[in-house]
Design a protein around this ligand. Structure first.
Ligand SMILES: NC(=O)N[C@H]1NC(=O)NC1=O
Length: 173
């Protein structure tokens, strides 16, 4: 699907297609629809990024809270979104040894208790070892640093999801 097709989409279709580029935050797609026409994929990405940046800290934390834990309850119970499942499986989150799974669960819990939102990282850009290393290191940061860091990761996830959607010929309307 090319950007000129995207610009012709009524908001219902736009939200159906782009509603999960930020995990479980269709409101963001619904909001940036007003910024059409987009000159390119990167203009759409910039509109999303600017919308997120304009949110108060509580809104940014809300976005982080819409993300499932890595190797967490949703993965185990099969309730991840399709995007998230592909990303987590690609990083080997569905094939952790029991020692790794225990370590991940303990670190995720500690992180959430400290910050009140989950550890977020772009799983497509990291393998299992990177994820465990970064989770272990980032839990010592200040809350403001982690809020900003998590949002940077959300934007990376968003960019890769957008690229995949626009590359997918089956999205040609
Ligand atoms: N918590 C967290 O980072 N979740 C995710 N990251 C990613 O790339 N996909 C996710 O579900």
């Amino acid at each position: 699907m090319d950007v000129s097709t995207v610009n012709t989409l009524p908001y219902e279709d736009f939200v159906n297609i782009f509603g999960n580029v930020v995990e479980k935050c269709p409101l963001i797609a619904a909001a940036v629809w007003s910024s059409r026409p987009f000159l390119s994929l990167s203009t759409l990405e910039t509109a999303i990024s600017e919308f997120i940046d304009a949110l108060p800290d509580s809104g940014k934390e809300g976005i982080l809270r819409c993300h499932p834990d890595l190797a967490g309850r949703d993965l185990q119970s099969g309730t991840l979104t399709r995007d998230s499942l592909e990303e987590q499986a690609g990083a080997g989150m569905d094939a952790l040894s029991s020692a790794e799974a225990t370590r991940m669960a303990r670190l995720n819990e500690g992180y959430k208790q400290r910050f009140g939102f989950p550890f977020v990282i772009c799983a497509r850009m990291n393998d299992k070892e990177d994820i465990l290393r970064q989770l272990s290191a980032r839990r010592h940061n200040d809350c403001a640093v982690e809020r900003a860091r998590g949002i940077e990761e959300v934007k990376k996830i968003c960019r890769l999801r957008l690229q995949a959607l626009l590359a997918d010929a089956s999205n040609k309307l």
